[in-house]
Design a protein around this ligand. Structure first.
Ligand code: BEZ
Ligand code: FE2
Length: 406
């Protein structure tokens, strides 16, 4: 058994001083420093680092590792322009994306304190990296495609990828299902995959209302998607409506990504069905999709996470870069309260959304920790969340299931 302590320990939204945590693979006890060392005299006591803050490990619920080779290939600025460039370059980008490159991407996440991530896997090319990386991975096998002639093949390939991921269920890989989006998945196979996930009690992740163009296409079969679908797929009408898409997930809380263009009606439905949202501020900015009104999620009690998306729409997978971007994007929100909300989003809420016994420093939870060091002692405790976000690039220590990896 080990005992870890820090100047402050983040417990239930508060920063507690003179606290300590006894742990093995799981957290054994949390309490006052003196009580814990007296209770466990044989435990190995870790040295306290200066100006340190101990957090539960962070969770990044949405990342695409298979596009980790993109740097200066895909076009940013406008969603449809980006999508054209994805169609043009995705085979090349994924063909040069080796397991080693994907492991480097996982390492960047690890160094920023991410102990669990949700990998959206379009092709299954990232499975080896997800098995090898020390992090816990919710492996979202993604269904994509709508060509009526290919539906059986698309679905059986999806099932095959899902099956392959189940072989690693003991290796920190948790098999799950992703539906790419309302516009890219034929409703008939969407139904099959969602039913499969419901029957097997699997987590589902699904992109939803990312761009204005998506909304125009689904509402009116118009806008920038029209020429995209006519050019690539000889299709002139959307195959599903927003309401049909959302209704598919009824009764099965689903993790929707983006939702930037969701209106009052969709957000209410999301709240009623206990769905949740992955908010990707930099991806939304880089692809010209706009700002998700997180203050509306707050009012409706919709839990949300802050996620990096993939390097196909981002410049790093560092969670602190993402949190700093969120502070800038939501410039009208009070910065200190927002910081506390963001820290909560990437710890407790993100882990809860992925149904993990993690993300909280409490007895019985996984001993996943991210220890950061502020540049000096904080003068006010209620600013620690903000100062953590502003002053951290890399964590000083990191533990997963009690094992120290940094
Ligand atoms: C596809 O890969 O099938 C696809 C991608 C984007 C939009 C529609 C379909
Ligand atoms: Fe995504």
């Amino acid at each position: 058994m080990k005992i870890i302590t820090a100047e402050y320990i983040y417990i239930d939204g508060e920063y507690l001083k003179e606290y300590a945590v006894a742990f093995e693979e799981k957290i054994i006890a949390v309490g006052r420093y003196q009580d814990i060392i007296e209770q466990y005299p044989e435990a190995q006591l870790m040295k306290q680092l200066p100006h340190s803050v101990l957090y539960p490990g962070f969770t990044n619920t949405h990342v695409h590792l298979e596009f980790s080779t993109n740097r200066t290939t895909l076009k940013y600025g406008d969603f449809i322009t980006w999508l054209y460039s994805v169609i043009e370059d995705r085979n090349h980008l994924s063909s040069i994306c080796t397991t080693e490159i994907m492991l480097e991407a996982c390492r960047e996440m690890l160094e920023s304190g991410i102990t669990t991530f949700g990998a959206i896997s379009s092709m299954g090319l990232d499975l080896d990296a997800c098995v090898e990386t020390p992090q816990r991975v919710v492996y979202f096998n993604e269904l994509i495609g709508h060509n009526p002639q290919k539906l059986d093949t698309l679905y059986s390939e999806f099932l095959h990828r899902y099956e392959s991921s189940t072989h690693y269920a003991g290796h920190n890989v948790i098999p799950a299902v992703a539906i790419h989006s309302p516009y890219s998945v034929h409703p008939s196979i969407r139904k099959k995959a969602v039913t499969f996930a419901k029957e097997n009690d699997l987590l589902i992740s699904a992109h939803f209302l990312e761009s204005e163009a998506e909304r125009q296409w689904l509402d009116h079969s118009k806008g920038d998607f029209k020429s995209f679908f006519e050019n690539f797929f000889d299709q002139s009408r959307a195959l599903t409506t927003i309401d049909e898409y959302l209704a598919e997930f009824d009764g099965h809380p689903t993790h929707f990504t983006h939702c930037v263009q969701a209106g009052e009606k969709e957000l209410k439905k999301i709240a009623e069905e206990n769905h949740t949202i992955a908010h990707c501020p930099r991806s939304n900015r880089y692809l010209g999709c706009g700002r998700l009104a997180i203050e509306k999620l707050d009012k409706l009690d919709i839990p949300f996470t802050v996620a990096t998306d993939g390097l196909s729409s981002n410049n790093s997978l560092n969670l602190f870069d993402e949190l700093r971007a969120a502070l800038m994007m939501h410039g009208d929100l009070e910065i200190s309260k927002l910081s506390r909300q963001l820290i909560n989003a990437v710890t407790r809420d993100a882990a809860k959304i992925l149904k993990l016994n993690a993300g909280t420093i409490r007895e019985g939870y996984k001993a996943d920790f991210a220890l950061i060091q502020l540049p000096e002692d904080p003068k006010q405790e209620d600013e620690i969340a903000l100062w953590t976000i502003l002053h951290t690039d890399k964590v000083s220590q990191l533990y997963i299931k009690g094992e120290q990896l940094i």
